[in-house]
Design a binder for this molecule. Structure first.
Ligand SMILES: Cc1ncc(COP(=O)(O)O)c(C=O)c1O
Length: 413
């Protein structure tokens, strides 16, 4: 089995014991499986079959250079949400035409660079932004390739913080406004509309919102085509969820066939922007139990050396991640509240978990931490960013060393 599995009593990553990695690099540390990362990318790629498509991996989920390099090597393109992600992508060898540039608040400085780079598309999120792109392109004598991000007013039914497709959310342009914009485009010589785009949310665990959003996108594309606008592709965004708790989630195959079914009539290639579904399960956060103390008559606190500074999701969205000891001790399960070391009561990584008995010094892993883990880490409490490790072909290497206090202080006067 690719990725993280337990052959004996110990959890390993593609044959490398996690305890060996912890011994060498310390904890907390993120550990990724290159094989699982590639496997997930290929599974999604294959799921589209013969239908023309392009996978623009969403850097926002995790953009550690060695990981995005792995994806570049197997054919991925890029979805960036800031000019710094665009520049990172270019620095590892992605071409401008492999990059779509999203984001609800791109500054003029970011747009200046983006227009000059002739990216695959700047995905605009408001009529004001479209006008700013037009002004920059006109000033520099260029034609900007743009896609319009549509807000289809569809509830993705994920956590409110990561649902983006309702009219009340800050993202995209409502469908009626997008329709009105279409009529203005032929006269706007500095703009080249290449696609419509949507992204209705993240961690979506049902195909229904994806199907409805794609159907609404298809309607708009047909209208544009009838108006004589030759679009180049249709961008269905990212958002497919993963099973953090073991519950059912749509397969890549069902996801891809839903998109193809709804968008086939446009006769356009489909672009997708997956982040979490590619990288999430391919990474874990490795931590150590620092202390144990009684909590209630039936449960104990297990204080571990990773918390909201290393994995913000539980504190930010009440997100669930499976947690398990690296080496299981014998004995019946006990109830633990797994908490981080941060001085905040909200720094709870796992509530009321039944686990094999833990002892101080034991290693634990927090599963599915490959996406929205290291990218959301902070120096809160002056904690250094953890090391990141990539396991590949039976060996491992540090792909980002642990930050030091001097690294942090280097920016300060
Ligand atoms: C515009 C856009 N595209 C793609 C993604 C990637 O989403 P996910 O990691 O859920 O696939 C996001 C993240 O929310 C996004 O905002």
């Amino acid at each position: 089995m690719t990725g993280f599995s337990r052959t004996t009593q110990e959890l390993d990553c593609d044959g490398v014991p996690l305890s060996a990695i912890a011994r060498a690099v310390g904890t907390p540390a993120y550990v990724y499986s290159a094989a699982l990362l590639r496997e997930r990318y290929r599974e999604l790629d294959d799921a589209f079959g013969e239908y023309p498509h392009a996978i623009h991996y969403a850097f926002k989920a995790n953009s550690t250079r060695a990981l995005v390099n792995e994806l570049r090597a197997i054919g991925s393109s890029v979805d960036a949400v800031s000019i710094w992600e665009v520049e990172l992508a270019r620095s590892v060898g992605f071409e401008g035409r492999q990059i779509v540039f999203d984001g609800v608040g791109k500054s003029d400085a970011e747009l200046d660079v983006a227009v000059a780079l002739d990216l695959e598309a700047i995905n605009v999120e408001s009529t004001g932004e479209l006008a700013r792109v037009e002004a920059i392109a006109t000033r520099s004598g260029r034609v900007a390739r743009v896609a319009i991000r549509v807000n289809p007013d569809i509830d993705a039914k994920s956590h409110p913080h990561i649902s983006t497709g309702r009219r009340i959310n800050k993202f995209g342009i409502p469908v009626d406004e997008a329709r009105a914009l279409l009529t203005t485009l032929p006269a706007r010589r500095a703009l080249h509309l290449v696609a419509f785009h949507m992204h209705v949310g993240s961690q979506i665990t049902s195909l229904d919102p994806i199907r409805r959003a794609a159907a609404s996108l298809a309607t708009l594309v047909h209208e544009a085509q009838r108006a004589g606008i030759a679009l180049e592709y249709v961008d269905a965004g990212g958002g497919l969820g993963i099973s953090y708790d073991g519950g059912p989630v749509p397969s890549f195959r069902d996801y891809a066939s839903t998109l193809v079914e709804e968008l086939r009539t446009t006769r356009l290639p489909i672009v997708v922007e997956p982040g979490r579904s590619i990288i999430g399960p391919a990474g874990v956060l490795l931590a150590r139990v620092i202390d144990l103390k009684p909590r209630t008559s039936s449960s104990e606190f297990a204080i571990i050396d990773a918390g909201m500074s290393e994995l913000l999701r539980p504190a930010l969205y009440d997100a669930f991640h499976q947690i398990e000891p690296v080496i299981s001790r014998d004995g019946g399960p006990r109830q633990y509240e797994l908490v981080g070391p941060i001085c905040e009561s909200g720094d709870v990584v796992g509530r009321d978990r039944m686990l094999p008995p833990l002892a101080v010094g034991d290693l634990v892993v927090i599963r599915d931490a490959g996406g929205y883990g290291s990218v959301m880490a902070s120096n809160y409490n002056r904690r250094p960013l953890p090391a990141e490790v990539l396991v590949e072909s039976g060996t491992w290497r540090v792909i980002r060393r642990r930050q030091t206090l001097s690294d942090m202080l280097a920016l300060e006067t």
